[in-house]
Design a protein around this ligand. Sequence first.
Ligand code: SIN
Length: 294
Amino acid sequence: MSTRIEFKPASAYVGAEVCGVDLTAPLGDEELASLRRALGEYGVLVFREQSLTPEQHIAVAESFGNIDVNRFFAAVPGYPMIAEVRKDPGQKSNIGEGWHTDHSYDLAPALGSLLYARTVPTLGGDTLFASMYAAYDALSDGLKHTLDGLQALHSSRHVFGAQRVRDWGDLQGRLMNTGSATQDAVHPVVIRHPISGRKALYVNPDFTVGIDGWSQAESRGLLEFLYQHAARPEFTMRLRWRENTLAFWDNRATWHFALNDYHGQARLMHRITLQGVPLLPGADTGALTVVAAT
Ligand code: SIN
């Protein structure tokens, strides 16, 4: 029952630890509704001490939506729906270093991901999250008004494509399907969050390539300001992983950043990403419709 669930905020603006939920058992309708609402509100839900098999991880994910199979990174052997986020002791590069939100290059960007910690370093390997609600709310009324009317271009090509400019270092060999990195999408710079109905800033340093209708130089100036603003420490939380922790984040409300400060140690995470919906502009367009399911 949802009355058992307790949400303990992890920082001023983003993240909550969830107590009173056993993810090895099927989630009831009330629990699911309460967790969905909380995901929309907090942006990141952290579940500790959940001993999950890959099958249970998949079952939890599927209770929140359809799985979006990762195109570009290797899957866990035997589980094509689970992407392997792995760094071996001999490797220098990791997956996810740098602020980003996953799949913003898709026409219907991923709802979010459920990342499960299998092996963690003794120290380091934390993940940072930033609230895109807080980033938007803290802007001046004048800039909010300007951003409300803008759209941004997002792409996968420069990060994952055959002509990519991103240096993947010693992860290069694990990157797959570079020929299918052809996704481009245009989304509002300020979206109306599909669960909470709140306005959120929706541009990110990895995948946003410009403001629609603006020159590169104009876009760069605005985007660089927004990136610095959105990464302000007070909008962030830092997740210290323990083995058997599962974090469920919402890509429309947050950015994340995987710290790469544990060279010589192993870190192995299993990631399942969920399909999302096309994003609507934040600017009021009449009656507000909040989509409860995703
Ligand atoms: C990711 O960007 O999805 C990886 C996050 C992490 O490993 O902490």
